[in-house]
Design a protein around this ligand. Structure first.
Ligand code: FES
Length: 110
């Protein structure tokens, strides 16, 4: 079955985001992590593909968000797993900034 294309939904205000800091936000009963990096906003599923850790509790290392449980790193721009123990990407969601508002369109598949 084809996955349904979702609408963009308001996630947060751009002015509330601290640069290089993960912000956990709930949208549609799902948790995502929004990061302001180099004046661009990115959004990942709040889920480490190694063992289900919450990425929003981690810290940034360059372009990567580091899982606080065992240290896997995910590129916030793509969701790609950059080091062990994670080997699979996490979901990367589409972001649109309109003025001071950040909108996210949730994906169900990578
Ligand atoms: S749960 Fe994230 S590195 Fe293990």
């Amino acid at each position: 079955m084809a996955s349904q294309i979702k609408e963009f939904q308001l996630a947060c205000k751009l002015s509330d985001l601290r640069p290089n800091h993960p912000n956990t936000i709930e949208i549609d009963d799902r948790f995502v992590v929004v990061v302001l990096l180099n004046a661009q906003v990115f959004c990942l599923e709040d889920l480490c593909t190694h063992d289900g850790g919450t990425l929003g509790d981690g810290e940034m290392d360059g372009n990567c968000l580091v899982c606080p449980r065992h240290g896997a790193k995910f590129d916030v721009r793509t969701g790609e797993a950059m080091c062990m123990p994670a080997t699979e990407p996490t979901l990367s969601h589409e972001v649109e900034v309109r003025g001071d508002e950040v909108f996210v369109r949730l994906r169900d598949t990578v």
